[in-house]
Ligand binder design. Structure first.
Ligand SMILES: Nc1nc2c(ncn2[C@@H]2O[C@H](COP(=O)(O)OP(=O)(O)OP(=O)(O)O)[C@@H](O)[C@H]2O)c(=O)[nH]1
Ligand SMILES: [Mg+2]
Length: 270
């Protein structure tokens, strides 16, 4: 199982924080051997164990495509949770497609996504954006990595070049990864990706503090606490609809989050 998962995914960009590390972190590490409920006969998670969650804020151009892709790839089995702050038809379209919609005043990416990741009861939680940029075809690979022992599987958009990303954002994302790598002492390649899979225990056990920088925080804290965090290359497509990110203000907030969270996690080790 583990060999085929790795072979399929081509792990040149992988960050593998070995299970030995998790075993030695006696405060926060999850005992994976106890996580065996809800699996199939082979003891593996299936799409019935998967929740795909997202913040949605005026995404009526993209939401039908995103939800139809999830439905197709998972054969209608994955649960979908949208934490929505829209004033357009996004929530109606989401409900028509069978998603659970949680209404929330718009307060930024991280406030929505924190609620989204904490809502599901299912054991595997995948985040995405509701803008058709992320490849739902990668869901089987992400689930295979979790079944192979990963606690967090992080989609690395920069591995394939991310040409659909505006050049300023691409430059910023490379810089964020370089800064985070330096501060963590572990090489990561894409700290701000919106597509990741998490064992539910990981998102439940850590206290999340960031808003615009939540995506980076969701990678950095588990990695620095010794969880098995793996990056896997993904394709990245051009966005449908308008961005909700202010590149300058948002970029500054993300940089601040990366520095704060890395320092907090370093201090926690003492
Ligand atoms: N509920 C809610 N969702 C939000 C909020 N801000 C952003 N989102 C959603 O969070 C996801 C990420 O926002 P994006 O605009 O795609 O941000 P980004 O990916 O950094 O920027 P792009 O490169 O333009 O895609 C999208 O699905 C948004 O609809 C918010 O305040 N409330
Ligand atoms: Mg986006």
């Amino acid at each position: 199982m583990s060999d085929s998962a790795h072979a399929t995914n081509g792990s040149a960009a992988a960050v593998e924080n070995g299970s030995e590390a998790a075993a030695t972190d006696d405060i926060d590490a999850t005992d994976e051997s106890t996580v065996d409920d809800g699996t199939d006969a082979a003891g593996e998670y299936t799409f019935d164990d998967l929740s795909v969650v997202m913040g949605t804020y005026n995404e009526e151009e993209a939401i039908a495509t995103v939800l139809e892709d999830i439905d197709e790839v998972t054969d209608g089995k994955a649960e979908v949770v949208c934490v929505d702050g829209s004033s357009d038809r996004t929530p109606e379209i989401a409900r028509e497609h069978g998603a659970t919609v949680i209404e929330q005043e718009p307060q930024g990416y991280g406030v929505a996504v924190r609620e989204a990741v904490l809502t599901p009861d299912r054991p595997v939680v995948v985040t995405t954006d509701c803008d058709d940029t992320y490849p739902m075809e990668a869901l089987p690979e992400f689930l295979a990595e979790v079944n192979d022992g990963a606690d967090v599987v992080s989609g690395d958009r920069l591995y394939h070049g991310a040409e659909a990303m505006p050049a300023f954002n691409r430059f910023g994302n490379h810089a964020f990864a370089a800064i985070a790598s330096l501060l963590m002492g572990e090489r990561v390649h894409d700290t701000t990706t919106g597509m990741r899979a998490y064992r539910r225990e990981v998102v439940q056990e850590i206290g999340w503090t960031e808003n615009t920088g939540l995506s980076a925080e969701l990678l950095i804290r588990p990695l620095m606490r010794g969880y098995d965090v793996r990056e896997r290359p993904i394709r990245y497509a051009e966005r449908l609809g308008e961005t909700k990110l202010d590149p300058i203000g948002g970029g500054a907030a993300i940089a601040k989050s990366i520095v704060t969270v890395c320092l907090e996690e370093q201090l926690r080790r003492f």
